[in-house]
Design a protein around this ligand. Sequence first.
Ligand code: 13P
Length: 249
Amino acid sequence: MAARQPLIVGNWKMNGLQASLAEAKALAEKAAAQKPVAELGLCPPATLVAVMAATLKGSPVGVGGQDCHAKASGAHTGDISAEMLKDAGATYVIVGHSERRADHGESDEIVRAKGQAAHRAGLVAIVCVGETLAQRDAGETLKVVSGQVRASLPDDATAANTVVAYEPVWAIGTGRTPTVEQVAEVHAAIRQDLMARFDDGANFRILYGGSVKPDNAKQLMAVADVDGALVGGASLKVSDFWPIIEAKN
Ligand code: 13P
């Protein structure tokens, strides 16, 4: 089996002010001292990307955006391009998060265009997929997730420029998580889809996201084909985030 370096990314969502940079700095200091196995990233709100990237420059913690527009520039008030994130010092960008799919009506087609934009700008795209509770209850999980993987990943995706994050919508911010069997089933299906389509499909990192906490991280991270985590609420404080990072050691 191919060796995949684990990746653990914090998604701060719409949380974080200048004062929160102290947490990012503390995380970078801890990571520099303790050298965890996992590659680490933080995706703060857009207002903090540049200042966080400057603060963490040269540290083991990369910075990412939470979304980007498909175009490089133009008349799109309020949007941010992948090139702008790159220019601000970002390494990653999350695309297709379920909150954007739901709140902003983003289709797989839009997500795929955003993924392409990330690659054009030289960013790693973290492409999110995941079923709703209604879809799980209807027995449609694998069909929905495979469909999203197929339609949301651009053809130029490689293991180096793309990460897939499986985030069941019903597990996000709810404190509910799938069983390890459910996580294993979906991650195995995503791996199959990636291997069927991409020459290096075995090397893509597949993250789990949705209520990852210090007390469940170890069992979730131990599941086959779980190559790390995309963490929301528990990434805001180093005291919560660090035990999750250590769970992949
Ligand atoms: P929580 O960890 O807060 O459930 O959020 C998960 C998530 O959506 C990360 O992108």
